[in-house]
Design a protein around this ligand. Structure first.
Ligand SMILES: [Fe+2]
Ligand SMILES: [Fe+2]
Length: 163
């Protein structure tokens, strides 16, 4: 299996898009489980990008700093939606609507990564560097959280930051 960072992340994206399609095709019985799978896939993927890919690209390709900062903010919005969804009953009238907004926003985010700045990273970095980042992404995956932060945990963070 390739350890090229961009190949690894694009494989994740493919899996995430597959889950998004599954949600659109799901019936009432499979919807909640599909959303659980989406939350897990996004939590892990966002974590490994936040911990490894984004800081490394920011360090090695300073020209992309603006794209990285914007991407961090998009992750933040996705994290908030994931945390809210994790605490929402599938019977809640907002469940489908919130999932749809999450899917639209993450789809846009993934397109920006794949079409906009991943190609610039590939241009700027050598094969070896991308493989080294790939190894670290794989290591980060092993210790990544599987579930979104609960809203109460987010509240603790907010309190700590604001106090
Ligand atoms: Fe991302
Ligand atoms: Fe991504």
């Amino acid at each position: 299996m390739s350890t090229d960072a961009i190949v690894l992340l694009k494989e994740d994206h493919k899996q995430i898009r597959r889950l998004f399609r599954a949600f659109h095709n799901a019936d009432k019985a499979t919807r909640a489980e599909t959303v659980n799978q989406i939350l897990e896939a996004l939590t892990v993927h966002t974590y490994i990008e936040n911990e490894v890919m984004y800081p490394e690209v920011r360090r090695l390709v300073p020209d992309l700093e603006g794209d990285i900062l914007e991407s961090f903010e998009e992750h933040h919005v996705a994290d908030l939606l994931c945390a809210e969804l994790a605490g929402l009953s599938p019977d809640d009238e907002r469940f489908d609507a919130k999932t749809t907004v999450l899917i639209e926003s993450v789809t846009h985010h993934i397109e920006d990564e794949e079409n906009d700045w991943f190609p610039k990273v590939r241009e700027a970095l050598g094969r070896k560097e991308l493989q080294e980042i790939g190894v670290r992404l794989t290591e980060a995956r092993d210790k990544a959280p599987r579930r979104p932060e609960t809203p109460s945990a987010l509240k603790t963070v907010a309190d700590a930051v604001l106090s």
